[in-house]
Design a protein. Structure first.
Length: 298
């Protein structure tokens, strides 16, 4: 896989492999003979939208924060099993948490190829990764399923160029290409520095990083879920870093899901985490415009 680099990013990586692929899909009955191709004017061949369910969760599972309960993983597994989302964005997790939740996600999507990606937050004093209390890398993750393991999913990740220098944790971002039809992303922005750092990170991610990926790799509808540590209607206001025309929903607090104008939101709701973490889950249905070329998730 060819490496990609962007001048404005530090510690950015692009991975052209499946980070965590599921076992081979179960065998399916042979398909019936293909029907003759329909005429282009036939309404039956009109592009259909793709509908996906997306779940954002902040699990506060480092073992070091005051919101840690030791129960977040069990509750997250319950929510994924009950809601069967197609995309899950995860904040404040340990690397091993992604592996465990990938197994849960695979169980609710049997026969699908599951992709799991993780990006650690940096640790400024050591120059290494931030660590959970159990020694595992601490950061953000994303789970989704793809139509086929070939070609492998493209993963983009990096560290925000603007950081709060008083905070040793360097915040990161992460994106996964879903079947060439959706760029699914997550981030956990700064909680310090009067939230002005979070606003700068949000501005750069949505205004520079994601457009650069679209320019270099080819445009795809894009959705971002994460704990942005910004509120709507407050100073600073999350809406000031939301690009014009983008859709946005939130959990009534700091977690948001944003998407490019060719994605519509429906049925937004919060999912109780029963005190296992300090944020609810945020669940939304995405309808992706089917008129653009390219493959769509099954």
């Amino acid at each position: 896989m060819a490496a990609r680099s962007y001048r404005f990013l530090r510690r950015t990586v692009v991975v052209g492999c499946l980070i965590a692929a599921a076992a081979l899909p179960a065998a399916r009955p042979a398909a019936p003979p293909a029907a003759p191709p329909a005429a282009p004017s036939d309404p039956a061949v009109a592009p259909q939208p793709t509908v996906l369910r997306m779940l954002q969760m902040n699990l506060c599972n480092s073992g070091r924060a005051g919101c840690y309960t030791g129960r977040a993983m069990a509750r997250a597994a319950e929510v994924i099993t009950a809601q069967a989302p197609d995309v899950v964005t995860l904040n404040e997790i340990c690397a091993g948490n992604l592996t465990a939740l990938r197994r849960v996600f695979q169980a609710v999507h049997p026969g699908r190829t599951v992709v799991g990606a993780f990006q650690a937050a940096g640790d400024r004093p050591s120059g290494d990764d931030t660590r959970c209390s159990n020694g595992q890398r601490f950061g953000i993750g994303l789970l989704t399923h793809v139509q086929t393991p070939s070609p492998p999913a493209r993963v983009y990740a990096g560290t925000h160029p603007t950081q709060d220098l008083a905070d040793p944790e360097e915040r990161a971002w992460l994106c996964v290409d879903v079947d060439g039809a959706l760029l699914a992303c997550t981030t956990h922005l700064s909680a310090t520095g009067g939230y002005r750092v979070a606003l700068a990170q949000c501005d750069h991610l949505l205004g520079t990083i994601l457009p650069t990926i679209s320019r270099d790799a080819g445009y795809e509808p894009t959705v971002l879920g994460g704990d942005l540590n910004l509120l709507a209607g407050h100073d600073p206001d999350v809406r000031s870093c939301t690009p014009r025309g983008h859709q946005r929903v939130d959990d009534g607090g700091l977690q948001h899901i944003m998407a490019t104008p060719d994605i519509k939101f429906c049925c937004r709701r919060t999912v109780p985490m029963n005190g296992a973490t300090d944020h609810p889950g945020l669940l939304v249905t995405l309808t992706i415009d089917g008129s653009r070329p390219g493959r769509r998730p099954a």
